[in-house]
Design a binder for this molecule. Structure first.
Ligand code: SIN
Length: 292
């Protein structure tokens, strides 16, 4: 954590040295936040894109209530939610499970939707003693680092997003299920996932006004008007560029930590490395706008 930690009202915001990612302490998120505290949390989220709150045990009701203070629930397709909790997904991997860990590919959540979620909230219930980190890539910094010539070429392009690769009828989970995979989470493979949605390849954040690259290897299937070869080459360059170490923050979990990230300006990747250990996380999403 950097020396730049600041106290905003009663809360303490400690950003990473890069400014991407910040730890927030000095508050109890299990109770409704006073307006000034909520405003400070929102400001920290806008400034640092990924924020986390350690030592926050939460019931399901409290997790839902905290989410609703950030914004209305998003819509979470293709994964069976927790019983009686339509807005909470349990990301659970058992010690003996051999299926690849969920989320192991760079993506921005549900970017194939017309109005993808602005944010995702993940609350750690059981963390493994090794591995299980989440990596975040700063897509604003990645955009800023491109040359003006490349920026000019990309700005105004439209990328095509789809859930087909993971959730489609010929996708990865369909193959896994056909092969009798041992995944604990219930994934719903659907022809709905094969639909495509256009979004600007460079989007402008509705709160900060900053531009960010908005493509990912999991959900972007091409660029409008380009041949498949052109799309592939350009997108491959962008993925390499966006996920360079200098743009990535590796988040280490402890039990009862809540993380809120911005899907409009970051990609994330669930790292594995914890075979033989249980990992349980509870996830909600916060509704967002149509990317512009
Ligand atoms: C995800 O939402 O993609 C999963 C992140 C994680 O489990 O670390």
């Amino acid at each position: 954590m950097s020396e730049a930690a600041i106290k905003t009202g009663s809360i303490h915001v400690a950003p990473n040295p890069s400014g991407f990612g910040a730890e927030i302490t000095g508050l109890d998120i299990s109770a409704p936040l006073p307006p000034a505290t909520l405003a400070a949390v929102r400001q920290a989220w806008a400034d640092h894109a990924v924020i986390w709150f350690p030592d926050q045990p939460l019931t399901h009701d409290e997790l839902e209530a905290f989410t609703l203070q950030i914004g209305p629930f998003g819509f979470d397709p293709f994964i069976k939610p927790m019983e009686g909790r339509p807005h909470i997904l349990e990301l659970r991997r058992e010690p003996n499970e051999t299926a690849r860990n969920f989320g192991a590919g760079w993506h921005s959540d549900w970017s194939f939707q017309d109005e993808p979620p602005a944010g995702t909230i993940l609350h750690s219930k059981v963390t493994p003693p090794v591995g299980g980190d989440t990596l975040y890539a700063d897509c604003t910094a990645a955009w800023n680092a491109l040359s003006p010539v490349m920026q000019k070429m990309l700005d105004g392009l439209t990328a095509i997003h789809s859930a087909a690769l993971p959730y489609g009828t010929k996708g990865l989970f369909a193959h896994e299920q056909a092969g009798g995979g041992d995944r604990t989470m219930e994934i719903i493979v659907s022809p709905e996932a094969d639909k495509t949605y256009p979004h600007p390849l460079v989007r402008t954040h509705p709160v900060t006004g900053r531009k960010a690259l908005y493509v990912s290897p999991v959900y972007t299937v091409g660029i409008e008007g380009m041949t498949p070869e052109e799309s592939f080459t350009l997108l491959s360059f962008l993925y390499e560029h966006m996920t360079q170490e200098k743009f990535v923050y590796r988040h280490k979990w402890r039990e009862n930590m809540l993380t809120l990230w911005d899907n409009r300006s970051t990609l994330h990747y669930a790292d594995g490395g914890y075979d033989g250990h249980l990992r349980v996380m509870h996830r909600t999403t916060v509704a967002g706008d149509r990317p512009r």
